[in-house]
Design a protein around this ligand. Structure first.
Ligand code: PLP
Length: 452
C-alpha cells in the first residue's frame, strides 16, 4: 500500500473517492497516526473507502463480505437505498432544531413507529445518541422513579464506556481498570454462562445463578433498596451468550415481587438480530425499560430508551434531557430501517438465515476439536475457540489468527468474549443464503489453513 502523508490540498482525502472508485492505495492508518487518537482500539488496521450492500471496499479496491456490520450497526448493509433516500430528503428539509426547541416530524414519527414494534405497555420513547447514554438514562430513570439506590447487573455484561455504564460492565477488566471509584450502589451477580461455567447444563446454570442472586438480596443489598436489574438477554461483548429463558423469567418474577425495574439492554441483540424483534421475546417476558441503539438508524448516531408512558411520567418533566437526541436525520433513517424490516420480513429472514449459518458452523465444528461451542439465536452466533474441549481453556490467539485470515480472504468477522476467543457472526439482517454459503466456505478454508 502506498503511504500518504498529507491530505489533498482541497482538504478532501482524495479527489476520486466517489462511490464508484477505490481511493487507490490510500493508507488511512498511516495518515491517522499524526492526529487521530491512539486510544481507540481497532479490530483491523485496514483503510476503508466505501460500502455497498453487504460489501466493504478498502482503499485498494478489495471487497470484503461484511459479517461484522460495524458491530451490529449497518444491519441493512451499506448504502441501503431506502435509508440513503430518507437521509437525503431529511437533510434537505431540516437537520437539527435540537431536541429542546420543540418537535420535528421525523422524530415524532419515528417514536410512533418504534413503539409499534415494542410490546405493550412500552409506548414511550426517549431518544439519545449512543448505547451508553441509553444505559445512563435507564439508571437515572430507575433511581429517581423508585427512590432506591441499588442497581444489579450481571457478570460478563457490557453496557458501555461512560462511568455509569462502565460501572455495570464486567465483560473485560479494561473497561474498569483505573476508573475506580465507579458508580456506588452497583452489585454484580453471576450470569448463567451455560457452556463456559456449566458445561452445557442449562438447568444447573439457571439454578446456580439464581441461588447467587437470592443470596445477594439476602446478604448484601435488600430488594427494597434495589432500583433496577439490568442485563443483556443475549450477552454481546461477553461472548454471544444467550440467557436461558428460565433465567429471564425468574428475574422478571423477582423484580415483580419487589417492585424492582427490569431493564433489557437490547443495544446489540435488538432489532431482529436474534430472529425475534427483541431478544427478551425468546423468554416471553416484557421488561420495564428497553435500551436500544446500534441498528436503530443503520449507522447514524441514535439511541433510545422505551418504557410505559406512566413510568416516564413518574420520572418527570425535565428529569433528563439531550441536545442531539432524536436528531431528525437520524430518525428519518430510523423510520426507513423499521419500514424495511417490516416490508422485507427481515426478522423472519434473520431466523431462517441464522438457522442456515448455525447448521453450517456446527457442521464445521463437528470436525474441528478447536471449536468448543457454537451457540446463539438467529443471526447472533458465537463460535468459541478452545485449546482443549475437555478443559475449555480459551484460545484467543487462534481466534485472532482465523479472524485476520478471514479478512485476508475477503470476509469480515470480529471477536468477543472475555478472552477474545469467540468469533461473533453478525451478518446483515437481509443476508442471503448464497452469502451465508460464501462466508462458511471462507471460514472453513481459513480454519484448515490455520491448522496447517
Ligand atoms: C449491549 C451493549 N450495550 C451498550 C453498548 C454501548 O453502546 P455505545 O458504544 O453506542 O455507547 C454496547 C456497544 O457495543 C453494547 O453492545
Amino acid at each position: 500500500m502506498e503511504t500518504v502523508t498529507a491530505p489533498a490540498a482541497s482538504g478532501l482525502i482524495s479527489a476520486d473517492s466517489g462511490p464508484n472508485s477505490a481511493v487507490s492505495g490510500l493508507d488511512l492508518a498511516a495518515l491517522a497516526a499524526a492526529n487521530l487518537t491512539p486510544v481507540l482500539g481497532r479490530y483491523f488496521e485496514r483503510s476503508w473507502a466505501r460500502g455497498e450492500g453487504h460489501r466493504l471496499y478498502d482503499t485498494d479496491g478489495r471487497a470484503y463480505l461484511d459479517f461484522a456490520n460495524g458491530i451490529a450497526v449497518s444491519v441493512l448493509g451499506h448504502g441501503h437505498p431506502a435509508v440513503t433516500a430518507a437521509i437525503h430528503a431529511q437533510v434537505d428539509q431540516l437537520i437539527a432544531p435540537c431536541a429542546a426547541m420543540g418537535y420535528a416530524e421525523s422524530t415524532v414519527r419515528h417514536a410512533k413507529l418504534l413503539a409499534e414494534f415494542l410490546p405493550e405497555p412500552l409506548d414511550s420513547i426517549f431518544f439519545m445518541n449512543s448505547g451508553s447514554e441509553a444505559i445512563e438514562a435507564a439508571i437515572k430513570l430507575a433511581r429517581r422513579v423508585t427512590g432506591r439506590p441499588g442497581i444489579i447487573a450481571f457478570r460478563g455484561g457490557f453496557h458501555g464506556r461512560t462511568i455509569g455504564a462502565a460501572s455495570i460492565t464486567s465483560s473485560n477488566i479494561n473497561y474498569r481498570l483505573g476508573y475506580e471509584p465507579l458508580l456506588p450502589g452497583v452489585y454484580l451477580s453471576p450470569f448463567p454462562s451455560v457452556y463456559r461455567d456449566f458445561d452445557g447444563d442449562e438447568a444447573r446454570a439457571v439454578e446456580v445463578s439464581l441461588k447467587h442472586l437470592r443470596e445477594l438480596l439476602k446478604t448484601t443489598i435488600p430488594p427494597s433498596a434495589v432500583a433496577a436489574m439490568i442485563l443483556e438477554p443475549v450477552q454481546g461483548e461477553g461472548g454471544y451468550i444467550p440467557a436461558p429463558p428460565a433465567f429471564l423469567r425468574a428475574l422478571r418474577a423477582i423484580c415483580d415481587e419487589h417492585g424492582i425495574l427490569l431493564v433489557a439492554d437490547e443495544v446489540q441483540a435488538g432489532f431482529g438480530r436474534t430472529g425475534k424483534m427483541w431478544s427478551f421475546e425468546h423468554a416471553g417476558i416484557v421488561p420495564d425499560v428497553v435500551c436500544v441503539a446500534k441498528a436503530i438508524a443503520n449507522g447514524l448516531p441514535l439511541s433510545a430508551i422505551a418504557s410505559s408512558r406512566a413510568l416516564q411520567e413518574r420520572w418527570g418533566r425535565s428529569a433528563h434531557g439531550t441536545t442531539y437526541g432524536g436528531n431528525p436525520v437520524a430518525c428519518a433513517a430510523g423510520i426507513a430501517v423499521l419500514e424495511t424490516i417490516r416490508a422485507e420480513g427481515l426478522v423472519e429472514n434473520s431466523a431462517a438465515r441464522g438457522a442456515e449459518l448455525m447448521a453450517g458452523l456446527r457442521a464445521i465444528a463437528a470436525d474441528d476439536v478447536r471449536i468448543g461451542d457454537v451457540r446463539g439465536l438467529g443471526l447472533m452466533i458465537g463460535v468459541e475457540f478452545v485449546r482443549d474441549r475437555a478443559t475449555r481453556e480459551p484460545d484467543g490467539a487462534l481466534c485472532e489468527a482465523v479472524i485476520q485470515g478471514c479478512a485476508d480472504a475477503g470476509l469480515l468477522v470480529i471477536s468477543c468474549g472475555v478472552e477474545h476467543n469467540v468469533i461473533r457472526w453478525i451478518a446483515p439482517l437481509n443476508v442471503t443464503s448464497a452469502e451465508i454459503d460464501e462466508a462458511l466456505g471462507i471460514f472453513d478454508r481459513v480454519l484448515h489453513s490455520v491448522r496447517a
